[in-house]
Design a protein around this ligand. Structure first.
Ligand code: FES
Ligand code: FES
Length: 221
């Protein structure tokens, strides 16, 4: 195509080759960063020792790292992160907790919901460094606590999910509701879930699943 063969700025680089090489760079850097985050680079592994010696601790990209102390699902963690990292990013890439999903990354969909000090919060708009001294609970913690089995089972029974991407956020919001209100009405459920968006449109099933779980948790069914 003529457009793809355009000589960009007379540089001898045509559009097709430029896009191909840009794609390689973007893919490479994305993969590189994913591997870095998932496994920790040598620099990151050496960071605590470097900090102890008073040396500046830097990320592989050259940014200063800070230590964030987090308490998640009852366990204490100390992680080296860049200061701008969100709680969602830190949970996913430093602690391997993938339940809090990044969907919109701007505080509108609720997929990244966690509970912090008893309140449902959006982990994509919360900086990890703000969370020191707070108790954080994720869907993994809820799912591993027998008390909340009825909530998970009720979600499955009522098929309150399709692709499932948003579901952990809904379950966390539901648990935050039940912590405060063990006998919610349909309207209470709708209000508690008002910040959660489901692209698959599973909305009508959630209050049913939550209200039935509430009865089982109370020992009424
Ligand atoms: S990813 Fe956090 S609100 Fe959408
Ligand atoms: S089940 Fe697919 S986005 Fe909610």
């Amino acid at each position: 195509m003529a457009d793809e063969e355009t000589n960009i700025g007379g540089s001898g680089i045509n559009r097709r080759n430029f896009l191909k090489s840009a794609g390689v760079v973007v893919t490479g850097s994305t993969l590189g960063s994913g591997l870095t985050l998932a496994t920790g680079t040598a620099a990151e592994k050496e960071a605590p020792a470097a900090a102890a010696k008073g040396a500046a601790v830097m990320s592989p990209g050259g940014a200063s790292l800070v230590t964030a102390k987090l308490k998640v699902n009852g366990k204490d963690y100390k992680v080296q992160i860049e200061p701008h990292w969100t709680l969602q990013r830190t949970l996913q890439f430093k602690l391997g907790l993938t339940g809090a999903k990044q969907m919109c990354d701007r505080g509108v969909c609720g997929s990244c919901t966690v509970i912090m000090d008893g309140r449902a919060v959006l982990s994509c708009t919360t900086l990890a460094v703000e969370c020191e001294g707070k108790e954080i609970e994720t869907v993994e913690g809820i799912a591993s606590n027998k008390k909340w089995d009825p909530l998970i089972k009720s979600y499955c029974k009522w098929d309150a999910m399709q692709c499932g991407y948003c579901t952990p956020g809904f379950v966390v919001s539901a648990k935050a509701l039940l912590d405060k209100n063990p006998n919610p009405s349909e309207n209470d459920c709708k209000q508690a879930l008002a910040g959660n968006i489901c692209c698959c449109g599973t909305y009508p099933r959630h209050p049913t699943a939550i209200m039935e779980a509430a009865q089982v948790i109370k020992g009424g069914a």
